[in-house]
Design a protein around this ligand. Sequence first.
Ligand code: NAD
Length: 369
Amino acid sequence: MASNRKVLMLPGDGIGIEVMNQVRVAIEWLAGKRGIGFDVREGLVGGSALDAHGTPLTDETMADAMASDAVLFGAVGGPKWDSLPFAKKPERGLLRLRKDMDLFANLRPAIVFDALVDASTLKPEIVRGLDIMIVRELTGGMYFGQPRGVETLPNGERRGVNTHVYTSGEIVRVARVGFELARKRARRLCSAEKANVMEAGVLWREEVTKLHAEYSDVELTHMYADNAAMQLVRNPKQFDVIVTDNLFGDMLSDEAAMLTGSLGMLPSASLGAPDSHGRRRALYEPVHGSAPDIAGKDMANPLAMLLSFAMMLRYSFDRGDDADLIERAIEAVLERKLRTADIMQPGMTPVSTTAMGKAVVEEMAKLAG
Ligand code: NAD
């Protein structure tokens, strides 16, 4: 179907290809039944691009990504390419996309579906109904700050250096994403840093507090990041949106993800700055990798990929209703006790990747009436 919604699909390697196929099924259904079309281009990334072109991401594919409203990314990597030098590794393709698209805000929802409440290692009453969003700054802070490196001191000792550095502009732009998201959810934003021991943390707190003046309808709290880590396992439902820096966000988002119990259920989005029309560059991808151990066996859980697609509908195309439909369909499929191997429990019905994708679309059709 012709459309001005430009999407670049990059399935990648391993199960990336299999889970992306289930998105195609959903796209086809949406086009046929809801009249929402996409102008989909496809490209190679990671190992498949290395095999075809000798690079994990060609300049042409990068240009396609820059010209798209959204990029849908599967997963990259696999044993075949493990021994390549760092600059040629499949993951470089993803890193280049993030860098060139300047995707500075990483959104990681942690949602516990009722039917999977027992998959969490935490008690059901702690996680039932959990729905939180972690916004992690992705392009600054400790992982990129200069100076960095390992040096040998005059006394022969070696010293490793990384620098935690943020400008006010970098803080404000990611905090703004946090406030905007909170506004569309339960209107609560918690900012996590270490203002008690880090100057960059003091600046972070000051800038977020200043920005709050523009978002007085959102309740803002501040928390030291170590306390946030504790609170996430003690009482995670106290949070709505958490905004934090790159280093703390790396840890807090993985911790929050595990409250839900399964890698195959976790979507993510990475957003850049808005253009003059308010449109942001954006990349949507499941949190999991290419899972070489199960690749090609029609065993992978496609739900993280489908949930990433739902995020794309919501955040890049303002199609919240269609995103809700996919999420409700996934809930219904889980209620029907259908499970891929990774979320299998006694008494449930095992299904393949393909069957799970098909079941989601069936439920979408039922829910849409
Ligand atoms: P992985 O996420 O690929 O797999 C970890 C484990 O979880 C495996 O046992 C796998 O079978 C299982 N798993 C993951 N996703 C699943 C799904 N959707 N359904 C069912 N089971 C699932 O991580 P890994 O094994 O550490 O890495 C494998 C390859 O993926 C490596 O080459 C790594 O570099 C790459 N990787 C890529 C990304 C990415 O593309 N964003 C992220 C992480 C790892």
